[in-house]
Write a protein that binds this ligand. Structure first.
Ligand SMILES: NC(=O)c1ccc[n+]([C@@H]2O[C@H](COP(=O)([O-])OP(=O)(O)OC[C@H]3O[C@@H](n4cnc5c(N)ncnc54)[C@H](O)[C@@H]3O)[C@@H](O)[C@H]2O)c1
Ligand SMILES: O=C(O)C(=O)C[C@@H](O)[C@H](O)[C@H](O)COP(=O)(O)O
Length: 520
């Protein structure tokens, strides 16, 4: 766990005011290490200075900062002198840190007579000058971003910080030479050109709704590679072996070699197809994924699972084929219909239940913001869900073990999708599938998360019930689930919040009873 953002800066820079407002805007909590120290010591900071001296205070501060950095996942403000400690500066190297800068006169005016600030009790202007001269280089050393607070309102500072947090972030999947980056931010696509080194041609796979964007990307890379545009049918209609075969024909016509690259631009259906086409062409060429839906960004384009649907079931034919990189340009989400944003949130919520409960807190605090493509909340949710997936996939690329937890809710979801001939959004099916799994979890004596699951899914407009009379078909589809082994059916259920387990003793009667409970 680490803070969303750590604020450093001198007294009067506005760390507390800005920190509280930023935390509110992001839907996270605020913590201040000075408050922690005073609470733990049972006396105000000036008294600690007077009774025990500054050295003693600094040692309490080092401990408080180390604890908060490992425990807190909201916005964290540090005392002005915290950066004096070398050990604290070393810890801050792993955190996102913002330095709120302020010039001498503004700092003195804001601090006034220095009430509550022992070092400024005497001659505040002269003392503040010494503090600023001594500490400014240290603030700069630890900061990832510096925000000038002179002549600006706290809200203006908050906006700049929120914007910076929405800027490119990089999550690495895998380790050493097997790793790749997921770049997340408003301008992530700019990184594409650097990713094309060594390629002569780039085949761009896209479907009609993303045609304009694909044309822009083709023009953007035309100086470095020859773009080969391949339009495929939209959504699940494109995820078939026939469409893949047509793409391979086009690659053959274009003389596509092993050093050429495929680019997938679209939702999860297109990135799954693009990855599969790349995995098989010449037994494997590189694919760069440019997901354009929430679901594509947080899930489908990350992790190297590629594939198509067949008459037998969802994603039954495919390959593990990690991408060269994944570039998530958040600004592209502006045109994504609201229903598809909600569908993507189903996979985000899944990550909340299996690994990162902060995701649930953020959505529960403000479901509307979670659906808003320009909100800092959605940017934060995308980053968190990608971090969950990256962590799991890094440990278990081929689903030999823990990766199966990412399939929470998917046994029933994939059955729905098959029974409905792939005409329902995947995220909606996952939403219903998580209700089914939550009911099974409670029924089998595990944790009861049924109402929390229902409430959070419905808060973003996702379905939580299903139609009656289809259990036999669904049960038959679930018997073909990829997690099953031999005669054993396996479900991912939650022993507790963020404690998923692979369970192999769920009876058909329990499945039927869970189905009845979610049948509307
Ligand atoms: N490989 C994996 O690990 C993995 C993980 C999760 C899901 N998936 C797969 O992903 C697919 C679902 O992905 P999805 O929810 O993105 O659905 P989708 O790919 O069908 O996209 C939904 C719709 O949104 C459109 N769209 C996408 N981005 C847009 C944008 N920026 N503006 C306007 N329209 C846009 C698409 O063209 C499509 O019409 C399923 O096939 C699912 O099986 C794969
Ligand atoms: O990446 C994984 O592993 C997942 O299970 C992620 C799922 O959210 C995703 O829907 C995936 O496509 C399902 O994989 P499948 O192997 O069950 O088809």
């Amino acid at each position: 766990m680490s803070p969303v953002l750590v604020l450093v800066g001198p007294p009067g820079s506005g760390k507390t005011t800005v920190g509280k407002r930023l935390a509110d805007k992001l839907g996270v909590s605020f913590r201040d290490t000075d408050v922690d120290i005073a609470e733990a010591a049972g006396s105000p900071i000036p008294d600690i200075f007077v009774d025990h001296g500054e050295e003693h205070f600094r040692s309490l501060e080092r401990e408080a900062v180390a604890a908060a950095l490992s425990e807190h996942d909201g916005v964290l403000a540090l005392g002005g002198g915290a950066v004096l400690a070398e050990s604290t500066r070393a810890l801050l190297a792993d955190a996102d840190v913002a330095f709120l800068s302020v010039e001498l006169s503004a700092a003195v005016a804001r601090v006034g007579l220095g009430a509550g600030r022992p070092l400024l009790a005497m001659n505040p202007r002269a003392t503040m000058k010494v503090l600023l001269d001594q500490r400014k280089p240290l603030y700069r050393e630890v900061a990832d971003v510096t925000v000038d607070t002179d002549d600006r309102t706290p809200d203006e500072v908050v906006s700049e910080l929120a914007q910076w947090l929405g800027g490119p972030a990089v999550v690495t999947v895998g380790s050493a030479s097997q790793s790749y980056d997921v770049v997340i931010g408003a301008d992530a696509t700019v990184a594409l050109v650097d990713q094309l080194t060594g390629a002569r041609r780039a085949a761009i796979l896209y479907s009609a709704p993303m045609a304009e964007h694909a044309t822009r990307v083709a023009a953007f890379i035309a100086d470095v590679v020859e773009p080969v545009a391949i339009e495929v049918p939209d959504a699940e209609a494109g995820k078939t072996i026939e469409v893949a075969a047509r793409c391979w024909d086009r690659l053959g016509e274009a003389g596509f070699t092993r050093t050429d690259v495929i680019i997938g631009i679209g939702g999860g259906a297109v990135t799954d197809l693009a990855g599969f086409v790349a995995a098989c062409w010449l037994r494997g060429v590189d694919v760069i994924q440019l997901p354009t839906s929430v679901l594509g960004m947080v899930d489908a384009a990350v992790g190297g699972k590629t594939g198509v649907n067949t008459g037998g079931g969802k994603n039954l034919v495919g390959a593990f084929h990690p991408p060269r990189s994944v570039l998530c340009d958040l600004s592209i989400l502006d045109t994504l219909p609201r229903v598809d944003r909600a569908a993507g949130l189903a996979e985000v919520i899944k990550c909340g239940f299996i690994a990162d409960p902060k995701i649930l807190d953020i959505i529960e605090a403000d479901p509307k913001a979670a659906l808003d493509p320009s909100s800092p909340q959605l940017a934060e949710l995308v980053r968190r869900a990608i971090a969950v997936k990256a962590e799991v996939v890094t440990e278990d690329l081929t689903e030999a073990g823990r990766r199966a937890f990412l399939n929470y809710g998917h046994t029933f979801a994939h059955a729905i999708e098959k029974v409905e001939r792939y005409e329902r959004r995947h995220g909606e099916a996952v939403s219903i599938g998580m209700m089914f799994a939550a009911v099974l979890g409670r029924m089998t004596g595990r944790v009861d998360l049924v109402e929390r699951t229902r409430a959070i899914l419905e808060s973003v407009g996702l379905p939580t019930g299903y139609v009656d009379g289809r259990f036999d078909d669904l049960a038959a589809a679930m018997r073909l689930d990829k997690k099953n082994t031999g005669h054993t059916q396996r479900f991912v259920l939650l022993d507790d919040l963020v404690a998923p387990a692979l369970v192999d003793d769920v009876t058909v009667e329990q499945q039927a009873a869970a189905y009845r409970e979610i049948t509307t």
